[in-house]
Ligand binder design. Structure first.
Ligand SMILES: Cc1ncc(COP(=O)(O)O)c(C=O)c1O
Length: 495
């Protein structure tokens, strides 16, 4: 079988003695490693690394990158998981040697600049959210949720209210909410959304007792709808002794316009990869800072980033803390990018980003509701959902077909089949950086696919035709994942 060179792994391309570098000959009798390291620390056998020339390495990775799709290549309207444009200046800041050459075990004095960045970023996030302090350690939104739930538990334990184990979660929430609450030991009660997609505060009434731990709420919700009765919800929960958790993954819809602290929330997490333009590849590396109100400050994870007269330090002396939640202090590179974004944008810039994200989503919703069923009326916030059940019933075309059809036109599919409460759901989030021209192109393609669904549904089932990977058996891929590469091409140096 002939395998094209650009389809081979580097291991398959390996040939003995084909180095990708040329080092000058050492003039010492023994290699430096042998002089410097005790023999028990030296490798006995050569590492089984591929031996390839520089151009093969460059071609390999360039080819791989061309088989992928990213926000730098085209429109990526992925609702909820938000692929937001990452300004390239963020990379310059994250690559500064003062940050990259710092070792995590260095003293606070040596790490003064990085600690100051943490401190200032925390101050900015508190200002944006209306909270009093926080931690930057959690490595993703879901990790932030889990940390927030541990803080709830620590607070109840300290108050002698450990019977508060019941946590309310609306059915429009992200799946990570009930999962995090459950993992932290809470009993999850799902609160159904009304016809209008909103939370009806009277549905909380049966749970306002001494077992109530609180509520986890995403505002705006994953339907892209702002909960207008949030004040009433907060009053009810607090009135019954519970706490409010704000899933701030959708904060890019209200940043600069509304603050969870002012809405009455006690704990907030932010998804900086959604709100503050940091990279978000394959689930990580990310950051999910957690911010809390005054009463919950003692429970924050260790170390606490503290301003002193001599500068910023790590404070480990917090007896009520839930402890350490991440290696060192989380994903510093991601936090540097978030900080750079906040400083570059400034307060007015962040507010404008929010306004444009909401404007773009409403423009798209307004244009698409002509040809698709939009179950919740405008205005939406940063994202919205379409219900394709009618299309499936009339033409046999489902949400997957439309999503796959978009790939043919150089557009990444929106989120599909989420949230679960909308049948055949497509969830679109254009973000603030898409131009009117790219939104118009998206509308044009969606209309074309809608028309194809009526005229020739079979053609739609067969899209995409020109992408690197066409349709995969998603059930098999989920049930029987193949996580290691099978060599198809024998290495020339092996029998
Ligand atoms: C509303 C909401 N909550 C929580 C999360 C979980 O965040 P992460 O994927 O960073 O764990 C997401 C994902 O983007 C989300 O959209």
């Amino acid at each position: 079988m002939i395998i094209r060179p650009d389809r081979r792994t580097l291991f398959e391309s390996s040939r003995p003695g084909a180095p990708g570098y040329q080092l000058p000959h050492a003039d010492s009798p023994k290699p430096l490693t042998e002089q410097a390291l005790p023999s028990q620390l030296l490798r006995q056998n050569k590492a089984a690394l591929p031996e390839v020339s520089e151009i093969e390495v460059v071609r390999h990775f360039t080819n791989l990158s061309r088989r992928n799709f990213g926000v730098d290549l085209g429109t990526y309207p992925l609702g909820s998981c938000t692929m937001k444009y990452n300004p390239k200046v963020n990379e310059d800041a994250a690559e500064l040697r003062g940050f990259t050459h710092l070792h995590p075990t260095q003293s606070d004095e040596d790490a003064a600049g990085t600690l100051e960045l943490y401190g200032q970023l925390l101050e900015c996030l508190c200002e944006l959210t209306g909270m009093d302090g926080g931690t930057l350690q959690p490595m993703a939104g879901a990790h932030g949720e889990f940390v927030g739930m541990k803080i709830f538990r620590a607070a109840f334990r300290h108050r002698g209210e450990e019977q508060r184990t019941r946590l309310l979660v609306p059915d429009s929430s992200h799946g990570t909410n009930p999962a995090s609450a459950h993992l932290a030991g809470f009993e999850v009660v799902t609160i159904p959304s009304g016809e209008d997609g909103l939370l009806n505060p009277s549905l909380l009434d049966p749970y306002l007792d001494e077992k109530l731990a609180g509520i986890m709420l995403t505002n705006p919700s994953t339907l892209g709808l702002f909960e207008p009765q949030i004040q009433e919800v907060a009053d009810k929960i607090h009135g019954a002794g519970g706490l409010l958790y704000y899933d701030g993954a959708n904060f890019n819809a209200v940043m600069g316009r509304a603050r969870p602290g002012d809405m009455g929330f006690d704990v907030v997490h932010l998804n900086v990869h959604k709100t503050l333009s940091t990279p978000h590849g394959g689930g990580g590396p990310g950051a999910g800072p957690v911010l809390v109100g005054k009463e919950l400050l003692p429970y924050l994870p260790l170390p606490f980033i503290q301003r002193t007269e001599s500068g910023w330090v790590r404070d480990w002396d917090r007896p009520l803390s839930i402890g350490k939640v991440a290696q060192w202090y989380g994903n510093t590179g991601v936090l540097i990018r978030a900080y750079t974004y906040v400083l570059c944008m400034g307060g007015e810039g962040l507010k404008r980003a929010t306004d444009l994200a909401v404007l773009n989503a409403n423009y798209l919703l307004h244009r698409l509701k002509e040809s698709y069923n939009a179950p919740y009326p405008a205005p939406c916030k940063h994202e919205f959902v379409l219900n394709l059940k009618g299309l499936k019933d009339c033409c046999g075309v489902n949400a997957t077909d439309i999503a796959k059809g978009l790939i043919e036109y150089g557009i990444h599919p929106p989120t599909v089949y989420f949230p679960l409460i909308v049948p055949e759901c497509l969830m679109l989030e254009p973000t603030e950086t898409e131009t009117k021209e790219s939104l118009d192109h998206l509308v044009q393609v969606m209309e074309e696919l809608r028309e194809l669904a009526d005229r020739d549904p079979q053609a739609l089932h067969e899209l995409p035709q020109s992408s690197e990977v066409r349709r995969v058996d998603e059930v098999r891929a989920a049930r029987h994942p193949v996580l290691s590469h099978q060599m198809r091409h024998k290495r020339p140096d092996k029998d």
